[in-house]
Design a protein around this ligand. Sequence first.
Ligand code: 7PM
Length: 291
Amino acid sequence: MVTSLVCGQKTLSLTTPQIMGVLNVTPDSFSDGGQLYSDATINADRLLVRAESMVAAGASILDIGGESTRPGATPVSTQEELDRVMGAVELIAPRLDVVLSIDTSNPDVMTATASAGAGLLNDVRAFRREGALAAAAESGLPVGLMHMSEEPDRMQSHTDYADVVEDVSVFLSNRIDACIEMGIQRDQIVIDPGFGFGKTAAQNYEMLRRLAEFAAFELPILVGVSRKSMIGAVTGRPAEERVVPSAVLAVIAAQNGASMVRVHDVAETADALAVWAATSGALESTSQGIE
Ligand code: 7PM
């Protein structure tokens, strides 16, 4: 079992589920509605305030993304993605005690951010782009491997799995092998079933129900279900009204073995995980024991 990750200068303990706060630096982000932007330029003060509040609320990781994975989004140039992401890393890394995860598929962005203080590389394409695996290995940082069968514009028409957990596991197994072949240490790999990426709502719920099967890899599991359409499918609520069910799903993910949850609403998730941890008995072994 992997109980910690070496994230550059920082070590991330995984003995309790860690909260990864989503910090989008794309102008079309659905979570911040472009609030961090004025005239399509990122506002450094607002970005830092947002980052600080997520850390204060309990995020130990911030996931910084400069390329939209939204289906139909126009691909961003390397320069544009670098400008967005490097600005955020250079702003936050020296100021906050938090691991910065970089949500990118671009090898140049991986290399540049790793030198600037990034602590984890999170690639929704699982380092399948030319040069990405080599850049990740060279960085020495932990890697997040997410399952996505097709590019975002085609993924929702490819949801025909024989067994979604089995098929995703085969994919992850192949990517783990590719990482190890490139020289990445096995205990620096995080796996992610890729909720919402080329799966129907029923398949997403099946993956969450059967999440413990992914524990067979004996690697940390990252789950990103926050505000996703699988919640809209059963509640009928728009994204901004999915906070409570997102926190509930974070608890279910933790219960089923997730080591990290990627969320938009850090404070609410932290509260939900705190009562889950107390129920699980985690407080008995700590100084915060309750009477
Ligand atoms: C449009 C489509 C907007 C998808 C936003 C999204 C994950 C991730 C994302 C995840 C990992 C969102 C997603 N989701 N990285 N990046 N795991 N590792 O809903 O589930 O945030 S973007």
